[in-house]
Ligand binder design. Structure first.
Ligand SMILES: Cc1cc2nc3c(=O)[nH]c(=O)nc-3n(C[C@H](O)[C@H](O)[C@H](O)COP(=O)(O)OP(=O)(O)OC[C@H]3O[C@@H](n4cnc5c(N)ncnc54)[C@H](O)[C@@H]3O)c2cc1C
Length: 528
């Protein structure tokens, strides 16, 4: 069957897009895939909420635009910021009509405030906003007869002219690993949509689930699709340090907003000396300060002391954090929480236009894997769920229009495209090698391409990634392509591109920080 649309990813962006298209045109054939369970992705972990200007008495569209642009440190696309902020209310209302619930304050939506916002405008549901949205969308999508949902199907590569005898300069679908059948299948489609989320798993500590390996970015890179701003990686300052399980759990900055303070190993409140806003300074400043503290002390974490927050507030406003801490033997509010900064959000991604079209014909990208121009060099808190809603709507309308135009003859999508040849490859021995190479890559990226970077460090990171690339290529050419190997292949591609783009940046901006920037660029600037 030739699909009209293949959607890769079932977070807020992929699901919203597919639901919209299916509602607007029930005749279109849509396949949507996720690499694990439908609900596993960054969306379900979002705690804070969605930024929307609801209270026009104190707040305004202009203020939200200004806050976004200030956070983005001069790198945002102003026209994109404008339409995203303007369209926010309509998209939120739609989500509410679909059944999503948010906390109320009497008859109105309860509005919270987060770092970088000048007014209260964060719509939320306890500390489980993402789960609330994910559950509503995951249920809704199952009601459409024109959508085929395939869980446990992993994107390997996009099908492009590289695979085709027809050279039409477009995307024709994707090769995908069916985990159940243990084989690679070809899914042909007139339009392909990447909504594969971020790549926090490139780092040893990340708030993202371990599935966030940048697969869409890796596949797009190999298909020679333009990727922008990859080096703008946002690190969240406070993630619960978990010695046993490296999957880190986020402690939202609303906890610091509610009175939580940061202490070093001597129990000193170090943020007071660094910034007058102390713990509520922007995320990049707090994350760098914690990182520095950790380097200067023996313990590899700092404390988040929430003893000023009452147990009732912990339980009502932060129920998930409360439960998680208690399950780890941290008795709140009296016990301080050990926290570390962790890779959190990729501000850049596949370069798209205002309808989420990439530069490759027939390929769209939405959500965290895309680079729309909204975030610039630093995402404003709670703007990413909003971006996903606005762009999935725009992409849906645009894709439906595109499909009305005469396309290529159907046979182009079949005849020209070969099936994946996986014959004769053995799987043995891959697992342990993939695991150890993945750990090596994460250690390397954390040490040399993390919160603090230096030019020397980036060069070391590049050399190490090249060595890992050689080993991964050998595995890829000799062994059966598994889920884990495919993820690792993407992690290598994305790490390499991130390092190369970081080496090109000539200025510390937003979340990007090169420690020896002065040494490399200041003399050059003075003489010109
Ligand atoms: C802990 C945490 C808290 C956050 N809090 C907030 C917040 O309060 N407000 C806010 O605006 N943003 C927040 N964010 C960011 C926001 O949640 C994400 O940017 C957003 O949910 C991304 O949605 P998405 O649809 O692009 O991707 P995701 O929700 O990550 O979904 C990605 C999908 O792609 C699929 N996929 C990936 N690779 C493949 C592959 N190879 N083959 C097939 N499928 C694949 C996955 O299975 C998944 O279904 C938070 C993020 C985290 C991690």
């Amino acid at each position: 069957m030739l699909n009209d649309l293949l959607v890769i990813g079932t977070g807020i962006s992929g699901l919203t897009f597919a639901i919209k298209v299916a509602e607007l045109n029930p005749k279109l054939k849509i396949t949507i895939i996720s690499k694990g369970d439908i609900s596993e992705g960054n969306t379900r972990y979002a705690q804070g909420g969605i930024a929307v200007v609801r209270n026009l008495k104190d707040d305004s569209i202009d203020k939200h635009i200004r806050d976004t642009i200030i956070a983005g440190d001069g790198e945002c696309d102003r026209s994109v910021v404008k339409f995203v902020v303007e369209e926010a209310n309509a998209r939120l209302d739609e989500l509410i009509n679909w059944g999503a619930e948010f906390d109320m304050n009497k008859e109105q939506l309860d509005l919270g405030i987060e770092g970088g916002h000048s007014e209260k405008r964060i719509v939320h549901y306890k500390d489980q906003t993402g789960k609330q949205i994910q559950d509503v969308l995951s249920t809704k999508i199952k009601g459409f007869s024109n959508i085929i949902l395939l869980e446990n199907h992993t994107l390997v590569d996009l099908i492009t002219d590289h695979h085709s005898i027809e050279k039409k300069g477009r995307c024709y679908g994707a090769y995908v690993i069916s985990q159940e059948k243990e084989e690679i299948v070809k899914i042909c489609s007139k339009i392909t949509v990447l909504s594969t989320g971020g790549a926090g798993s490139l780092y040893a500590h990340s708030t993202n689930p371990s599935t966030a390996t940048g697969d869409g970015l890796g596949a797009a890179y190999r298909a020679k699709v333009r990727i922008d701003n990859l080096a703008y990686v946002q690190f969240h300052p406070t993630a619960l340090r978990n010695k046993v399980n490296k999957n880190i759990f986020l402690i939202t900055e609303a906890v610091r907003g509610a009175g939580g303070i940061l202490l070093n190993s001597k129990k000193e409140r170090f943020m007071l000396k660094i910034d007058k806003r102390a713990e509520l300074a922007p995320r990049d400043i707090v994350a760098r300060s914690i990182h520095k503290q950790i380097k200067e002390q023996i313990e590899d974490y700092v404390w988040l002391d929430g003893s000023k927050i009452s147990v009732d507030i912990w339980k009502s406003n932060f129920p998930t954090i409360y439960k998680t801490c208690v399950s780890q033997g941290i008795s709140l509010p009296n016990d301080p929480i050990p926290v570390v900064p962790a890779a959190h959000y990729f501000c850049g991604g596949i370069k798209v236009n205002e309808y989420s079209e990439s530069e490759l014909k027939g390929l769209y990208a939405i959500g965290e894997c895309s680079s729309t121009g909204l975030h610039g060099a630093n995402r404003l808190a709670s703007n990413s769920l909003l971006e996903a809603l606005v762009f999935s709507h725009r992409a849906a309308i645009h894709a439906i229009q595109s499909l009305k135009k005469p396309l290529l003859p159907e046979e182009v999508f079949y005849k020209a495209l070969p099936i994946w040849n996986g014959e004769g490859y053995s799987k043995s021995g891959t697992l342990s090698e993939v695991k150890s190479l993945r750990l090596k890559l994460q250690k390397n990226m954390t040490k040399h391409a993390g919160i603090f970077k230096t030019h020397e460090g980036l060069k070391l990171a590049e050399d190490l990634i090249n060595q890992i690339y050689i080993k991964v290529s050998k595995l890829y050419n000799e062994k059966k392509l598994t889920y884990g190997l495919s993820e690792l292949r993407n992690m290598v591609s994305v790490s390499y591109l991130l390092i190369k783009q970081a080496q090109q940046i000539k200025k510390n901006k937003g979340v990007f920080y090169i420690q020896d920037y002065d040494k490399f660029y200041r003399p050059l600037q003075k003489s010109t």
